[in-house]
Design a protein around this ligand. Structure first.
Ligand code: AGP
Length: 600
């Protein structure tokens, strides 16, 4: 997703701040980058397709500036090329933009009637032109910004330079995240405070329809009526500011290995003092139904919770893709608690779904990883996952942290609902306390994952199957493989294969499966026999004592339903990782993908 950095300073060259900030935003995914800065009262713009390091090489070493903006672009409107890259300039106005101007076509038509001529095919250039149009009309930048907010529909985080205004940087925000970083004699803009932690950890969060006029020693923040807003100065404290891979080749492998710690770190507040801690979890007994909303991996974590809620607490639970949920009739009621799951807390579809539920006055709960991200200010209550910064685009430790919170939420509900005895609850709490012992052997079992990866990495189509909870896990397993190896991999309910998909099974087609449900395993094994009979290569993760020379088996310890997802997913994550490594893909930043999808 696009990333924005801006800076204005009294006494330092801000170009290094802009480049460093862009490099720290690379994890969001992008395909081009650009920078605009004031030199001798003239705006200099440099834009490239490719990596930030290529942009950096375009700067002369004696380039120096006290005011500038910069951007990494994840293409939405228009190809990934230098013309479409940001910053976009229209006469007096230069901007960087994250978001989508939904009515850009209508605005472009209006401006073309005013003899505006466009170079790019982007909505962002139209935003720059619209700002210029109002600036020329009113010769008043604040009036210009307010008019822009009235006319532009969609989402925007904008950093702006105005010609002949060398003392101010401007910011405009609606839906896409934007913060103002404060340090002495230098003030910065960023999509994410973590991008500028090298310079400050103190920042203001801009809310929707707010804009700011920023000079080097203060930021005046106003709402769309022009009323000045006094903001709380936040201090980012997350100790996990190490954006380094350490001894690992990729962030993804590092983050997979960190699960030894992050699962327990997430669970601890809710288990350290036994049931007393568990009952810190919100009381769900007053709700008749649980709805869960998320995207991608977050959605898959919700599917695990659906299984646990319905099977273990007899509570109706449905899980929805946020992009679908926000446009359908959801029969919302105050008796339904809607839980929103998100690692970044910035996913546009999930944010829109939260706003929809809140607009109906219905209760919301967030399970979010990034503190003080947009969603955390929207939900009624937030349960933080403690996965720490997740840099790799493919989510791993955030997923297991989400499943941990959800499993403990269900466990607390099962206890309050009297679906489970106190003794059983204490046993499961001990399992969580013992997670490191359970998970470490799976993390270290590299040989078998490598062997499987060597078996499958040249394949075109790979299937993941399972029943019940194992079906939910097969979805996350398939997503991990496809998003980093670019192999077409699909998840199917094991019982569903014979209704069509089995026609795709040919000799050596890999089928990966988990079977961890005593009641369903015999059926799942029959499904494996069906694909074996058609030449498939079968790989099975199971806690059962199963012996079959035609199946490669990965054994996991038998545990409660609350824990088993955290074990099964480890082989799936590492098989995906080693397969992608053999294919030589950009594992941490897979093509076309972004870490935080802040546009629809
Ligand atoms: C997961 O590996 C993907 N990177 C992606 O599906 C991600 O889970 C999805 O975009 C949701 O992101 P969020 O958790 O930050 O809302």
């Amino acid at each position: 997703m696009c990333g924005i950095v801006g800076a204005i300073s009294k006494d330092r060259n801000i170009l290094p701040i802009l480049i460093t900030g862009l490099k720290n935003l690379e994890y969001r995914g992008y395909d081009s980058a650009g920078i605009a800065y004031l030199r001798n009262n003239k705006v200099t713009i440099k834009k490239i397709t490719g990596k930030v390091s290529k942009l950096e090489s375009k700067l002369n070493k004696n380039d120096n500036s006290h005011l500038g903006i910069a951007h990494t672009r994840w293409a939405t409107h228009g190809k990934a090329n230098a013309i479409n890259a940001h910053p976009h300039r229209y006469k007096h106005i230069t901007i960087v933009h994250n978001g989508i101007i939904e009515n850009f076509k209508e605005l472009k038509d209006m401006l073309e009637k005013e003899n505006y001529i466009f170079k790019s095919s982007t909505d962002s250039e139209v935003a720059a032109a619209l700002l210029n149009y109002y600036y020329e009309k009113y010769n008043d930048i604040e009036k210009t910004i307010k008019e822009f907010m009235n006319k532009a529909i969609g989402s925007y985080a904008i950093g702006m330079i105005v010609d002949n205004d060398k003392d101010n940087l401007y910011a405009i925000k609606k839906e896409s995240p934007l913060i103002i970083g404060i340090s002495n004699n230098t003030i910065m803009l960023s999509s994410d405070i973590r991008a500028i932690l090298k310079y400050t950890n103190k920042y203001y969060i801009l809310d929707d329809y707010e804009y700011a006029k920023i000079n080097y020693n203060n930021a005046i923040i106003k709402n769309k009526t022009g009323k000045q807003i006094n903001k709380e100065l936040k201090e980012y404290k997350n100790e996990d500011t190490t954006n380094s891979k350490g001894k690992y080749k990729h962030f993804m492998l590092k983050e997979i290995m960190e699960q030894k710690e992050t699962i327990l770190k997430t669970a601890l507040p809710f288990i350290e003092d036994g049931i007393n801690s568990l009952l810190i979890m919100p009381d769900l007994t007053k709700y008749k139904e649980i709805a869960i909303v998320g995207c991608g991996t977050a959605y898959h974590a919700g599917l695990v919770a659906k299984y646990l809620f319905t099977e273990l607490t007899n509570t109706r639970c449905n899980v929805y893709l946020a992009s679908e949920y926000r446009y359908q009739n959801n029969f919302l009621s105050k008796d339904t608690l809607t839980i929103f799951i998100s690692q970044s807390g910035e996913t546009a579809d999930t944010i829109a779904a939260i706003k929809l539920v809140k607009s109906k006055g219905c209760p919301t709960l967030g399970i979010i990883n990034v503190e003080e991200s947009s969603m955390t200010f929207l939900v009624d209550k937030c349960l933080y996952t403690k996965a720490g910064s997740e840099i790799a685009v493919a989510s791993t430790k955030a997923y297991t942290a989400q499943v941990t919170i959800l499993s403990l939420l269900v466990l607390s509900h099962a206890y309050r609902n009297k679906n489970i005895s106190k003794e059983k609850v204490l046993e499961i709490i001990d399992e969580f306390k013992n997670i490191k012992t359970l998970i470490t052997p799976l993390l270290n079992n590299k040989e078998i994952y490598l062997a499987i990866a060597k078996d499958i990495y040249k394949e075109e189509d790979i299937f993941y199957i399972g029943r019940g909870l194992d079906y939910a896990l097969s979805m996350e397993g398939a997503l991990k493989l496809k998003e980093i190896s670019y192999i077409h991999s699909e998840s199917y309910a094991a019982g569903e294969l014979k209704h069509g998909t089995i026609s795709l099974i040919r000799k050596n087609t890999p089928v990966l499966c988990s079977a961890t449900n005593e009641r369903l395993n015999a059926k799942t094994i029959s499904n494996l026999k069906e694909v074996l009979a058609r030449g498939a290569k079968v790989y099975l993760i199971t806690d059962e004592k199963i012996k079959d020379d035609n199946i490669t088996i990965i054994n996991i310890k038998k545990t409660s339903d609350f824990i088993k997802s955290l074990l099964v997913i480890i082989p799936y994550q590492l098989i995906a990782y080693y397969t992608a490594a053999l294919r030589g893909t950009d594992i941490d930043k897979p093509k076309n993908l972004a870490k935080s999808v802040t546009v629809e």
